[in-house]
Design a protein around this ligand. Structure first.
Ligand code: GTP
Ligand code: MN
Ligand code: MN
Ligand code: MN
Ligand code: MN
Ligand code: MN
Length: 194
């Protein structure tokens, strides 16, 4: 993955490339699964029209809008909610493996649990893309149950482009999952895929 990473400046200078922006929205939470397992954080992804998991966001037009304005527009379509995105939320830019000449910009943003719950409601009731480009928002289980349920099974699903790597990198960088839990979950997921 690192070999295809670009600086924001380099990425934006490539006028012959398409650009897409996606975002990981997350919140802290005191909620408990089964009334006993702390979920700690809520991380949002979506089930796409093609059956793959990915983040909300989409294609932007750097010649007509800033990356952040384009991402906000996509979020309005896909989540049915206004989510202001700024350069502070920018994480990385990556040259897609395929199709050629597509650059994938990634963002992450912490919001409150109340804001996140409102986004989940709006995604069903207000998003024009609901049921079409977006089949549903989903939370990412960050815990691992004794039978391997939770994050390992989630990671064994199929993901669009490099969104799985974006998820893993963000879970580590934002300290949403301990390094040990993350490492073991990735290993378990590999075993499940075979
Ligand atoms: P339409 O509005 O239906 O035209 O699509 P969109 O603008 O929402 O585009 P989409 O979200 O599908 O993103 C454009 C391209 O970026 C996709 O074809 C994928 O190759 C890639 N992509 C989609 N989601 C993600 C994601 O979460 N992470 C990464 N890295 N790439 C993604
Ligand atoms: Mn879209
Ligand atoms: Mn999209
Ligand atoms: Mn679009
Ligand atoms: Mn669309
Ligand atoms: Mn934490």
């Amino acid at each position: 993955m690192a070999g295809r990473d670009l600086s924001r400046e380099d990425a934006l200078s490539r006028l012959d490339h398409k650009h897409a922006c996606h975002i990981l929205l997350y919140a802290d939470s005191n909620a408990k699964l089964f009334g006993k397992i702390p979920i700690k954080h809520i991380v949002l992804m979506q089930m796409r029209f093609d059956g793959l998991l990915g983040f909300p966001g989409g294609l932007v037009k750097p010649s007509e809008e800033s990356l952040e304005a384009g991402l906000s527009r996509e979020l309005q379509e896909e989540l049915g909610a206004a989510v202001p995105v700024t350069m502070e939320d920018y994480v990385s830019s990556h040259l897609a493996q395929s199709p050629p000449r597509l650059i994938l910009h990634f963002y992450s943003k912490k919001i409150t649990e109340a804001e996140l719950l409102e986004i989940e409601r709006a995604a069903v009731s207000n998003a024009v893309d609901h049921g079409f480009e977006v089949l549903g928002l989903t939370r990412v289980p960050l815990y691992t149950l004794r039978n391997g349920g939770g994050l390992p099974w989630f990671l064994s699903h199929s993901f669009i482009s490099n969104s799985r790597a974006q998820l893993l990198e963000a879970l580590q960088r934002l300290d949403l999952v301990s390094p040990q839990t993350l490492k073991e979950a990735v290993k378990k997921a590999e075993e499940m895929r075979h």
